[in-house]
Design a protein around this ligand. Structure first.
Ligand code: HEC
Ligand code: HEC
Length: 407
C-alpha cells in the first residue's frame, strides 16, 4: 500500500516539476495522450466539432480492396484536422469573405452549383471541381488543365489567386507571407499547430508547406465508396471489372457495359457496334481520368468563347455527379456548360471539333472523323441509370468533412 502511494506521489511530483519548467511530459511519447496541449481557443471556437483528445479518423478509413489507384501523399489525423479548419476558414481570403468551402461545398460533393464561383475579386475562369476521391487516381497533376504538379502544390494556388482568395502579392494585393503572419496570430491556429506538430504552444508557426500538407491531407481524406456500384462490387469480389453486378437492375448493368466497352466504328466515325467507350478515359472502378487523355471537345473559355482553352485534359472522378436526390451536384466540364446527363450523352454522341482544336483526343475522332455514337433512346436511359449508381452517401453528411465553425 505504502509503496504504491509513494510511487503515485513521486509520479505527480515529477509531472508538476515538468509542468513548472514548461516541459510537456507527453511531447515525445506517442500521440495517444494529448492532455498537455492547451485547447481553450479551440474549444471556444469550435465547441464539440473538434476534440484534440479524440480526433476524427481521416488516416485509417476503409478502402475497398478493388481500389488500386493512389496518387500518393500522407494522411495524418491531426494535420487533416488542421486542414479541415483551414478549408472552412474565411480568414484565408483577403477580405474575410471566402473560404475554400465557399466554392467547394460538401452538400454538392465539394463543388458549386454556379457555373463560375464567386471569389474576393471576381468570378473564377473555370467551373469549380468536385473534390471526391482526389487521391484515388492515376493522374498526379491537378486542375482541369493539370497545371499543378501535385495536390499539395495545388492547395495554396487558390489562396494566391487574385480573383479567388486574393493573396497574390501583385498589384497591391497582400502576399502569402502576410496571410501566414495573420494566421499565426490567431489563437486557435497557435493551439492547433502546436498539437498537430507536437510542439509547445507558440513554438510552431505555420509556413506555406504546412498549409499544403494539412489541406492536402484533408482533401486526400475525402472519399466516397458507399455507392450502389460499390455495394455491387463488394458482393462480387475482386478482379471482376466490368462484370454485371448482382445488385444492379438490367438497365444499370446494360449501362455499365455501354460505359466500359469500346465502340466499333464503321466508315465516317459512325458507331456500328460495341459500347460508348467512356471507360477508356474514365477508368473503372475509380472512374479517374486516364493520364494520357487529351481534350474531349470542350475548348471554350467561359469569359470569352472566342478564346480557345485547349488543354483541359483532367476530369474529377465520375463518382457523385448527382446527389442522393438525383440532382446534379453542379454543371459539368471546365466550362460548366453541361447541365444534365442527357446533354452530357448528347455531347459524346455527336462530337464537335471546333476550328483550331488541334488537341482533341484521337479516340474521339476515329479515322479522322468526329465520333457519332448513334446512341439509341434505350441506351441513353441505360448509361444514365449507370452513372447514377456512382453516387455515395456519407460524403455529403459525414461530420469529419463538415464546417467546424458552424455550431
Ligand atoms: C473562388 C472559388 C474557389 C475557391 C475559393 C477555391 N477553389 Fe478550388 N477550385 C476552384 C476552381 C474554379 C477550380 C478549377 C480551376 C482550374 O482548373 O483552372 C478549382 C480546383 C481545385 C482543385 C483541383 C481538383 C482536381 O481534381 O484537379 C483542388 C484540389 C482545389 N480546388 C482545392 C481548393 C482549396 C484547398 C482551396 C482553399 C485554399 C480552394 N480550392 C479554394 C474554385 C475555388
Ligand atoms: C477520349 C477521352 C474521353 C472519353 C472517351 C470520354 N471522356 Fe468524359 N471527359 C474527358 C475529359 C478530358 C474531360 C474533362 C473535359 C473538360 O472539362 O474540359 C471529361 C469530362 C467528363 C465529365 C465531366 C466531369 C465533371 O466533373 O464535370 C463527364 C460527366 C464525363 N466526361 C462523362 C463521360 C461519359 C459518360 C463518356 C462516354 C459516353 C465519356 N465521358 C467519354 C475525356 C473523355
Amino acid at each position: 500500500m505504502i509503496t504504491k502511494y509513494l510511487k503515485k506521489l513521486m509520479f505527480s511530483l515529477l509531472i508538476c516539476i515538468g509542468l513548472l519548467n514548461g516541459y510537456h511530459c507527453t511531447k515525445n511519447s506517442d500521440d495517444t495522450n494529448n492532455t498537455t496541449y492547451s485547447d481553450e481557443a479551440i474549444k471556444r471556437t469550435f465547441g464539440e466539432a473538434i476534440n484534440i483528445n479524440n480526433p476524427e479518423n481521416y488516416a485509417s478509413q476503409n478502402i475497398p480492396s478493388y481500389i488500386i489507384a493512389d496518387n500518393g501523399g500522407v494522411i495524418d489525423d491531426k494535420k487533416a484536422t488542421l486542414g479541415r479548419v483551414l478549408f472552412y476558414d474565411k480568414a484565408l481570403s483577403t477580405n474575410g469573405s471566402i473560404a475554400c468551402a465557399s466554392c467547394h461545398q460538401q452538400q454538392f460533393a465539394f463543388s458549386d452549383t454556379a457555373i463560375q464561383s464567386k471569389g474576393v475579386n471576381g468570378l473564377t475562369g473555370r467551373h469549380s471541381m468536385r473534390l471526391i476521391n482526389a487521391r484515388f487516381a492515376r493522374e498526379t497533376k491537378f486542375f482541369w488543365n493539370e497545371r499543378a504538379a501535385s495536390l499539395e502544390a495545388q492547395t495554396t494556388q487558390p489562396i494566391q489567386d487574385h480573383a479567388e482568395m486574393g493573396y497574390s502579392g501583385l498589384n497591391g494585393d497582400p502576399n502569402i507571407d502576410d496571410l501566414l503572419t495573420k494566421l499565426n496570430a490567431i489563437d486557435y491556429y497557435q493551439e492547433l499547430s502546436a498539437w498537430a506538430y507536437n510542439q509547445n504552444k507558440g513554438d510552431k508557426t505555420l509556413n506555406e508547406q504546412d498549409l499544403q500538407d494539412c489541406l492536402g491531407a484533408f482533401i486526400r481524406s475525402i472519399q466516397s465508396f458507399d455507392s450502389k456500384f460499390d455495394e455491387g462490387r463488394k458482393q462480387l469480389g475482386n478482379n471482376q471489372n466490368n462484370a454485371p453486378l448482382p445488385n444492379f437492375s438490367a438497365d444499370e448493368n446494360a449501362g455499365l457495359q455501354l460505359f466500359s466497352a469500346p465502340p466499333v466504328f464503321g466508315d465516317s466515325g459512325i458507331r456500328i457496334a460495341g459500347g460508348l467507350g467512356c471507360g477508356g478515359c474514365h477508368r473503372a472502378p475509380e472512374f479517374d481520368i486516364d493520364p494520357n487523355t487529351r481534350n474531349n471537345g470542350f475548348v471554350r473559355t467561359i469569359d470569352n468563347p472566342a478564346i480557345l482553352d485547349l488543354n483541359n485534359t483532367r476530369s474529377p472522378t465520375l463518382r457523385d455527379l448527382v446527389n442522393l436526390n438525383g440532382d446534379l451536384n453542379g454543371p459539368m466540364m471546365h466550362t460548366g456548360s453541361i447541365n444534365s446527363l442527357e446533354t452530357l450523352i448528347g455531347h459524346y454522341n455527336r462530337i464537335i471539333v471546333r476550328p483550331g482544336n488541334n488537341q482533341i483526343d484521337p479516340r474521339l475522332t476515329p479515322r479522322g472523323f468526329p465520333q457519332r455514337l448513334n446512341v439509341t433512346p434505350a441506351e441513353r436511359q441505360q448509361i444514365i441509370a449507370f452513372l447514377e449508381t456512382l453516387t455515395g452517401n456519407s460524403v455529403y453528411t459525414d461530420a469529419k468533412w463538415s464546417n467546424p465553425f458552424a455550431q
